[in-house]
Design a protein around this ligand. Structure first.
Ligand code: NAD
Length: 511
């Protein structure tokens, strides 16, 4: 969770490169005198500083977006689509460069960073279909000589506030559809890895997006709170942790804005006794430790049902020493560092609290040779015998610490999933189609995998959890994204012969 930044110390300001904002089609330095540090998580070195926007900086970005809105909205759909295709192609052409920025500031290894860009490109491809997506309905002759049709129109200036763990993909989730629908956009990316946002802004300009249509303000709570209350911001999309998502939803809606706020997660993977244990173990390891567990769709808890527990824990733990932990600059690395030293230490703390509360640490990632160096590394860790009252179960760990809860029955596994306050993703591993279908029917979770551990929907469905994982009515991207970034207008029209006109004070009837 971000704190309001301190004024920048003079020595850091003089040595580190400074990342500023993107307003009205150009890079703009901050004016607040406040900034944050960006670390290279693989080395622990201070890499650059990021300017934190003042209220005035945010107001300038919103003013630029508001000024650009009438012309962008009025552009023909085919011209907007042409620009979207160019954005898609430029992001594709620069995918290696963008991925390198993610590796440098987030720490994720290149294969993972390239995967993030690839999923973002799929969202841009969906947005390229906007002429089809914005087609409304038309009903002829609803009454004599009367037709009715619905059109969807953009909202105006919309804002996006995004988390550190997907510095390119989550902004694309938002701005692809928002711009396609004719809105202008102000992005407030994570202050921990902001460089990809500025490179994306440059690519959008190169693609032909007019100045002011897409803006970026860097910063912390000051910038976010100004966006939440700014009278010219019509809607806000947020992705991040649950306490901030709740704050965004409550404050934004109080100020009359449309808000979708996606929060944290605690994703359970239920393994039934009939599952293929080796396949389930591969899936648990891939989904638990990919991106060092810093994914909102990461598997955090394995629920072993019946007698599958011993074999499953043994199969998972046998895979962990083979995971190559290291910096993204080493082509053999499979798992990179965590985002900050403080976060790494907090994650490692669950190994101590888990043990103290009666669980068994099967694999301790602090024994990995990368732990204890300058980089923010923690090896893959496994805790067995986790109970629902333990801190390692109650909290979203957001790191490479996977817990195993053992239960006797499917009903107990389902109760665990449904009693959890989060409802982002879940998965079931089984060879029994009937059991899988029952789970899909029963579980209170927004995204469900059947023998698929990370069921992130493709771009033409929508992404979102239930319960404390989403505040608002609309999921993100896909068809629900188009709905979120537009509002419907229904037109009732007739072209009568003036000679038939007369006064009728009765309520309009259709028959
Ligand atoms: P975060 O909530 O700390 O920050 C998210 C954004 O909110 C950032 O831009 C940050 O600057 C801003 N912010 C932070 N504190 C704020 C405050 N007090 N007031 C106003 N704005 C504030 O989240 P994070 O650590 O960057 O990302 C990790 C979290 O995001 C995890 O909880 C993860 O589950 C969640 N996440 C959810 C999804 C999803 O789709 N549900 C996807 C990715 C990440």
């Amino acid at each position: 969770m971000t704190q309001v930044a301190e004024p920048r110390p003079a020595d850091a300001a003089s040595t580190a490169e400074s990342i500023g904002h993107w307003i009205g089609g150009q890079r703009v330095a901050g004016t607040s005198g406040r900034s944050g540090s960006i670390w290279n998580p693989a080395t622990g070195a201070l890499a650059r500083q990021v300017d934190f926007a003042s209220v005035g900086d945010v107001d300038r970005a919103v003013a630029a977006a508001a000024a650009a809105f009438p012309a962008w909205r009025a552009l023909s759909l085919s011209r907007r689509t042409e620009i979207l295709f160019r954005i898609r192609n430029l992001v594709d052409a620069h995918r290696g460069e963008l991925a390198a920025l993610l590796t440098a500031e987030h720490g994720k290894v290149p294969a993972d960073a390239l995967g993030e860009i690839a999923r973002g490109i799929e969202n841009l491809e969906f947005a390229c279909g906007v002429p089809q997506l914005l087609k409304g309905g038309f009903s002829e002759q609803v009454s004599t000589g009367v037709d009715v049709y619905q059109i969807r129109q953009p909202l105006g200036v919309v804002a996006g506030i995004t988390p550190f763990n997907f510095p390119a993909m989550v902004p694309i989730w938002m701005f692809g559809n928002a711009l396609a629908c004719g809105n202008t956009f102000v992005l407030k990316p994570s202050e921990k890895d902001p460089s990809a946002s500025l490179r994306l802004a440059e690519l959008l300009t190169e693609a032909g997006v007019p100045d002011g249509v897409f803006n970026v303000v860097q910063g912390d709570k000051v910038a976010v709170d100004r966006l939440l209350e700014h009278p010219d911001v019509a809607a806000l999309s947020f992705v991040g942790s649950t306490p901030i998502a709740r704050h965004i939803y409550e404050t934004g809606t109080r100020h009359g804005k449309r808000v979708q706020a996606l929060g944290g997660a605690k994703n359970h993977m239920v393994v039934l006794p009939d599952a293929d244990v080796e396949m389930a173990a591969d899936a648990a390891v891939s989904a638990g430790y990919g991106s060092s567990g810093e994914r909102c769709m990461a598997i955090s808890v394995v629920v072993a049902v019946g007698d599958v527990g011993d074999a499953l824990v043994s199969a998972i733990s046998s895979r962990l020493p083979k995971i190559r932990v290291g910096p993204g600059s080493d082509a053999s690395s499979e798992m990179g560092p965590l985002i900050t030293r403080e976060h790494r230490d907090r994650v490692a703390g669950y190994l101590d609290s888990g043990a103290a509360q009666g669980a068994r640490v099967v694999v301790d990632g602090r024994l990995d040779p990368t732990f204890g160096g300058e980089g923010f590394f923690l090896g893959a860790s496994l805790i067995d015998g986790v109970r629902p009252d333990m801190d390692c179960y109650l909290d979203e760990i957001f790191g490479p610490v996977l817990g195993v809860v053992r239960v006797d029955t499917y009903a107990e596994a389902l109760a665990l999933v449904n009693d959890n306050p989060f409802g982002n993703g879940t998965a079931i591993f089984t060879r029994d189609g009937g059991a899988a279908r029952q789970f899909q029917f029963d579980c209170h979770v927004g995204m469900v995998g059947i023998n698929v551990p990370i069921p992130v929907p493709v771009a033409y469905y929508s992404f979102g959890g239930w319960k404390a994982s989403l505040f608002g009515d609309t999921h993100m991207y896909g068809p629900e994204g188009i709905n979120f970034y537009t509002r419907a207008k229904v037109v009732t029209a007739r072209w009568p012969d003036p000679g038939t006109s007369h006064v009728d004070l009765g309520f309009p009837r259709t028959r």
